[in-house]
Ligand binder design. Structure first.
Ligand SMILES: C[S@@+](CC[C@H](N)C(=O)[O-])C[C@H]1O[C@@H](n2cnc3c(N)ncnc32)[C@H](O)[C@@H]1O
Length: 276
């Protein structure tokens, strides 16, 4: 389902409060109120295996904001395609970008109807810029790219930053993320950027890594981890911006509070790269 006009059922009928949803669980970890009992139960269950999931969520948000600031202030990017929007919280992509360049244009995409309801209500643009919201699935990148609202908002002849922050790990399977990223980046011109983060087991002690595997097998979590090689391959053909692929908490984190968290408490890779 794409855009506002094609909603076929009232939104309240589309919101599934009986199954945990990633956006609401993440909202719970970030201390938000837009979540149901089932999301809190799922979040608590994951915290048993990965007790620092809240730190990971907060550090991922900080990465998103630093990366957006870099794109707007240093790389001159004025167009953003942010897939996996999440429930609105402070300093979303358009707020950071439009705080630097009010004319910035942002297309937010998420497959959770509840995210879309909140986003349309709360993620309002500066008069000079524009924000658009599409309900669509990252697994159908061609559908996202063909959407008329996206085409009205973004000029795909000019550089765009593709933001895939804490969403690729909902695409399960080794190598499953790369073709999606490739399809999206192929549609964007030279000078565009890819920003991505993904959960990883790499820094985890063996017992925690085994517990993560067990939680995946048992369906307690659907957050699919990627190792450094698989994550780095997402940026094939692009020029990684310094400092390259790092734990999200270490990427251009000079202005952040010290000490930085232990990478094992974050367990998430991040990177930013430019299309040559
Ligand atoms: C953990 S939140 C990340 C929010 C934000 N990008 C951030 O980093 O703070 C993940 C978001 O991705 C969305 N999502 C998960 N799978 C998706 C898919 N296949 N297509 C589109 N959105 C998806 C969820 O609904 C949720 O809003």
């Amino acid at each position: 389902m794409i855009g506002t006009s094609t909603l076929e059922a009232p939104v309240s009928d589309q919101i599934d409060s009986s199954t945990a949803q990633p956006a609401r669980r993440y909202n719970y970890w970030l201390g938000g109120k837009d979540n149901f009992a089932v999301d809190r139960a799922s979040g608590d269950e994951i915290l048993k295996t990965f007790p620092t999931a809240r730190i990971a969520a907060l550090e991922n948000r900080r990465f998103l904001q630093r990366a957006t600031r870099f794109l707007a202030a240093e790389a001159g990017i004025r167009q953003f395609l942010d897939i996996g929007t999440g429930l609105p919280t402070a300093d979303n992509t358009h707020e950071v970008a439009q705080g630097i360049a009010p004319e910035s244009r942002v297309v937010y995409v998420d497959n959770d109807p509840m995210v879309m309801v909140h986003a349309r209500a709360l993620l309002t643009s500066t008069p000079a810029g524009r924000t658009t919201y599409l309900e669509a699935d990252l697994r159908s990148p061609e559908t996202i790219l063909a959407d008329p609202e996206l085409r009205e908002t973004l000029d795909l002849g000019r550089p765009v930053a593709l933001m895939l922050v804490a969403v690729l790990h909902f695409i399960e399977g080794y190598g499953a993320g790369a073709p999606i990223v490739r399809t999206l980046m192929d549609a964007l011109p030279s000078g565009s950027f890819l920003v991505a983060t993904n959960s990883t087991k790499d820094p985890l002690p063996p017992k925690m890594a085994a517990d993560y595997d067990a939680a995946l097998a048992a369906g307690i979590t659907n957050i699919w981890p990627r190792d450094r090689a698989e994550f780095t391959a997402l940026f094939d053909g692009l020029e990684l911006v310094e400092p390259g692929v790092t734990p999200v908490s270490e990427w251009r984190s000079e202005g952040e509070t010290e000490p930085r968290p232990n990478p094992a408490h974050v367990a998430m890779y991040g990177g930013v790269a430019r299309k040559p």
